[in-house]
Design a protein around this ligand. Structure first.
Ligand SMILES: *Cc1c(COP(=O)(O)O)cnc(C)c1O
Length: 350
């Protein structure tokens, strides 16, 4: 502990992201990145944007990007906030909508950044158990302080139907409900279409997963214009330029190549279904996933051991040493070839 640290810095327990090894010799299935590159049109646009005008600050309002998002999603510009990755958009949203004296709730098993933000901002939180099939129980997601869910959820891959999202919104009219749709393009039902009906709904998207732009850091929030204004107030009290010129350019170009992304997403879903079946044949229990990863537990070999053995074979997956899920692996869906290698290596290990 540093001598000069603030009380806040001393007490934090920061989020630990999945490893990013520098040497590229791993099959990397630990951070839910897209195994296919971004659209070639995105790469062209970024190359063209990397020029002399990088000396100029980017547009602090992200206007051109937000216009493209509004058009693509059929919403109004003042219903969109754009930021530097959805983690940052989530952090701003926690600051914009939650108060220290009102308990927020999220599922017991979910994205592990939520408790980290709660701690950073001094918020009280309670967690709600999942059902035995790892599904979020909508009837228990209730709090006058705020509700946060990921749909599809991480690291389980399980998705709630839109009817369940509606019931959560109806049950919490006095609080903001944040629905983090990081994985929605891989099989979930998006709640973006509900923002006109529910002034308390905030939907978070990222370009890191389905749009293969984790390296650019692009995130969005969709909601009633009143909610968006609150997030803008937080952002403009923190950093006027959270999205840089290259990220804004990449974001616009990605929205213009829907065909490319539809194809990539289709391939990942197909590979996921194949891989899930192969795991089940080998004694794994795997809930059906609506995301670009699967959540798997073996009947005989402990997940901690599998994690280490895969790592020795240059395959990185995510292992959470946490109550209830410490016998599960979260395995990102890579290319067909990568997943065939995983199955071969598992056959040797088991
Ligand atoms: C990956 C992920 C994010 C973070 O996305 P970035 O835009 O890369 O910050 C947010 N929420 C969930 C549930 C995720 O899995």
């Amino acid at each position: 502990m540093g001598r000069y640290w603030s009380r806040l810095a001393r007490k934090l327990e920061p989020y630990v992201p999945g490893e990013q090894p520098g040497d590229g010799s791993y099959i990397k299935l630990n951070t839910n990145e897209n195994p296919y590159g971004p659209s070639p049109k995105v790469l062209d646009a970024v190359r063209r944007a990397a020029g002399e005008n990088l000396r100029l600050y980017p547009d602090p309002t992200c206007d051109a990007f937000i216009s493209a998002v509004a058009e693509r999603y059929g919403v109004k510009k003042d219903q969109v906030f754009a930021g530097n990755g959805s983690d940052e958009v989530l952090a701003f949203s926690f600051m914009a909508f939650f108060d220290p004296d009102r308990t927020i709730v999220f599922p017991e098993i979910t994205y592990s950044f939520y408790p980290v933000y709660a701690q950073l901002f001094g918020l009280d939180y309670a967690t709600v158990p999942l059902d035995p099939g790892f599904n979020i129980r909508p009837e228990l997601m209730k709090s006058s302080g705020g509700v946060v869910i990921a749909n599809p959820n991480a690291p389980t891959g399980r998705a709630l139907p839109l009817s369940a999202i509606r019931s959560i919104l109806d049950g919490n009219p006095e609080a903001v409900v944040i629905v983090d749709e990081a994985y929605v393009d891989f099989g979930g039902e998006s709640a973006v279409g509900l923002i006109n009906e529910y002034p308390n709904l905030l939907v978070i998207h990222t370009f890191s997963k389905s749009r293969a732009l984790a390296g650019m850091r692009i995130g969005l929030a969709f909601g009633d214009s009143g909610l968006i204004r609150a997030i803008e107030r937080i952002k403009n009290s923190f950093n006027s330029y959270t999205m840089d010129r290259l990220a804004l350019t990449a974001g616009i170009a990605a929205l213009e190549d829907e065909e490319y992304y539809r194809d990539v997403i289709g391939r990942i879903i197909k590979t996921r279904e194949w891989f899930t079946a192969e795991l089940r044949k080998r004694g794994f229990s795997v809930p059906d996933s609506s995301a670009n990863f699967v959540f798997a537990s073996h009947s005989r070999v402990h997940a901690g051991e599998l994690y280490h053995r895969l790592r020795e074979n240059r395959i990185l997956v995510r292992y959470f040493k946490k109550p209830q899920i410490d016998n599960h692996l979260r395995i990102t869906i890579g290319t067909d070839e990568e997943m065939r290698t995983v199955v071969e290596v598992l056959d040797r290990i088991l």
